[in-house]
Design a protein around this ligand. Sequence first.
Ligand SMILES: *[C@@H]1O[C@H](CO)[C@@H](O)[C@H](O)[C@H]1NC(C)=O
Ligand SMILES: *[C@@H]1O[C@H](CO)[C@@H](O)[C@H](O)[C@H]1NC(C)=O
Ligand SMILES: *[C@@H]1O[C@H](CO)[C@@H](O)[C@H](O)[C@H]1NC(C)=O
Ligand SMILES: *[C@@H]1O[C@H](CO)[C@@H](O)[C@H](O)[C@H]1NC(C)=O
Ligand SMILES: *[C@@H]1O[C@H](CO)[C@@H](O)[C@H](O)[C@H]1NC(C)=O
Ligand SMILES: *[C@@H]1O[C@H](CO)[C@@H](O)[C@H](O)[C@H]1NC(C)=O
Ligand SMILES: *[C@@H]1O[C@H](CO)[C@@H](O)[C@H](O)[C@H]1NC(C)=O
Length: 684
Amino acid sequence: MARKIDYSALLFAAWFISFSIAVQHDSSVQRSFIIDYDNNTFLKDGQPFQYISGSIHYFRLLPDSWDDRLAKMRAAGLNAVQIYVPWNFHMPRPGQHRFTGSADLDLFLALAQKHDLLAIVRAGPYICAEWDFGGLPAWLLQRNASMVMRSSDPQFLAAVDEWMAVLLPIIARRLYSSGGNVIMVQLENEYGSTGQCDLAYIRHLYQLGRRYLGNQTVLFSTDNTLTCVAKERQFYATIDFGVDGTRSLKDTFAPLRALQPKGPLVNSEYYAGWLDHWSSPHVRVGAQLVADGLARMLAYGVNVNIYMFFGGTNFGYWNGANSPPFEPQPTSYDYDAPIAENGDTRYKYQLIRQVIKDATGRQPSPVPRNSSASSFGRVKLQRSASLLGNLDSLIVNRLDGKLPVTMESLGQFQGFALYGTQISEDFKAVAPSLTSSYSLRVEKVRDFVYAFASSSSKPSLGQFLGFISYAESAAVLNFTASDLSSIRNIWLLVENCGHVNSGPDIQGNVKGIIGQVTLNGAPLNGWRSYSLDFDRLAAKLPYAKRLAASEEPQAAQASLYMGRLILDKNNLTDTYANLSTFCKGQLWINGFNLGRYWPCAGPQVTLYVPRAVLREGSNSVAVLELLQAPCLSDSSCRIDFLREPDVGFRSKSVADSAISLRFRGKFAVPSSADQLPSVDDERI
Ligand SMILES: *[C@@H]1O[C@H](CO)[C@@H](O)[C@H](O)[C@H]1NC(C)=O
Ligand SMILES: *[C@@H]1O[C@H](CO)[C@@H](O)[C@H](O)[C@H]1NC(C)=O
Ligand SMILES: *[C@@H]1O[C@H](CO)[C@@H](O)[C@H](O)[C@H]1NC(C)=O
Ligand SMILES: *[C@@H]1O[C@H](CO)[C@@H](O)[C@H](O)[C@H]1NC(C)=O
Ligand SMILES: *[C@@H]1O[C@H](CO)[C@@H](O)[C@H](O)[C@H]1NC(C)=O
Ligand SMILES: *[C@@H]1O[C@H](CO)[C@@H](O)[C@H](O)[C@H]1NC(C)=O
Ligand SMILES: *[C@@H]1O[C@H](CO)[C@@H](O)[C@H](O)[C@H]1NC(C)=O
């Protein structure tokens, strides 16, 4: 759908069509979903209705698996699914729209309806979701890094209007009243947590919702702070909370009831699990506690959405980050959910299914089989390309200036950028303290810098100087070099570890090197800023190519390692890649970016490889290793493809290397997770 659209025409046409369909249906089939304030309930086709929903993010799994996960959700007894719509996934660049493959929202909604599941759509523009930038497109920062996100800043509203004119008509066609399955639509999300309360923005969103979705559609908010959106009394207010054995539901809902005395009670996010962060232990929430809490809510008449019912995977670079302190989330979004990342139904699933069956008296459909995974043995890899030796194929864009420019200014919204500068002959005069010890200081690092130096004669044969991570208190790298000519070129590869997805730090959330870089106190001026495309190189590099000795820079970090996995057509199944012999980087199979790996920090050790990326015969495996230099002299580089995942179940699998020690223990487990109950049993 990457075509130019006349928004005003589209807007009117979509409104007109959805309006006409709605009118037609009203006079024939009486499909309606409304709020009965007097009786504190939803009414579906005039009958009291309680929803029991589960969250699933269609963008966190491949479309081949949509049918399987939805069947399993229906078989648990759920009567609805709740989804987010990530703006940045559907609109990767200004004017570019993507609604195919994993982004085929319309198809996903239709499939859910086929499985007899209603849909609750959280349409954004901001969603959180532990997703890159909370779903906002990073090209907003390219337009103006000072644009105030989630506000009535005219620049932000203009972009929102443009997106909603595309999105809301798609949802309008799938409304329950129009014959579809969408019963409720949320705009914005947990707005109170911004600390800003821009009512002009909230009213604007409400008007957009009404304009495209009509006057009958239930528009709702989810917000625990109740100090802003809920006071407006436009959106129907709901709250979210996890297992809490200490408070009665009456007490939990009391603050909401004080503001909104009537209407059905809703818990929009009942936490069946919790998210992880790199360098922190994998979080689990006990199955029995989740089931008991659900039983209490259903008996109390609460409409519940279980978050997450199926978590899935942050493929590519799509994970978000919490801040402050900056803590990115790992690739797996398993979430300790009732349905595991690969589609297995857990013990927690069985308990929930029983609770729903007891509460509703309805016999659910039989549970579909587990999606089996296979062990495919060992694949050996060899180093096939280095960063500095392949700049020509990696560089997409270049901007020169006195200071480095942000990744967004380069049009690089995810992944990696490279910054290069040359130390001039007269630098010694500027920095007389230069001896053999050097101290490189970066004003601000977003988020991870891998530093290299090379001499002027052979720029591709660089050496690795070290790294500076977001976890360091000062962005300083100390190194030694025999003389200045051996470090004539300084190269800083910078990884965007995921835009912040919630809280005040989403404002001005640009990536790359921000500000000045100094060497022994003297500013390094004159930078070339490059955007890089590792995906392209990883997809086209032949696996058989091995770096010739003369091409091998001393710096093996930031190199691509290639191998091939040979598969039989009769047994293509899911599998898990054990990245334990590597430290930190990115994995591709057949050019598909499976996400970041970082067993040196943990808790996640294996990456989920869905069947759909595999094919019969030879599969190309590409690893971008950023921190270590394995298997230079031998062929010890390998990936074992396993039948079982390890996203942190075995805490001992967090490697005990010097690098991991720099990360481990840096962060406390997030405070909200502190309040979560501990796991009551070993069954997952
Ligand atoms: C709602 O409550 C009113 C009175 O409180 C009652 O007359 C009516 O039948 C109720 N409606 C439903 C659908 O239960
Ligand atoms: C960028 O956004 C800020 C905040 O809205 C505004 O004050 C400023 O004028 C904008 N800059 C440009 C160049 O539009
Ligand atoms: C919705 O409400 C507005 C304002 O009350 C009204 O002007 C408009 O005609 C209504 N639209 C529909 C489709 O009922
Ligand atoms: C599915 O897999 C889970 C764990 O991966 C296991 O506990 C469960 O028993 C399996 N279910 C079936 C029906 O095999
Ligand atoms: C795949 O199938 C072939 C023959 O059907 C068998 O020899 C091989 O062991 C199978 N591999 C796996 C991983 O199941
Ligand atoms: C780097 O060197 C400076 C100057 O010698 C010293 O003050 C600082 O503590 C060192 N920093 C690190 C991270 O080693
Ligand atoms: C992954 O590989 C490492 C290193 O070979 C090994 O110690 C570990 O047990 C493997 N993990 C799993 C889940 O098999």
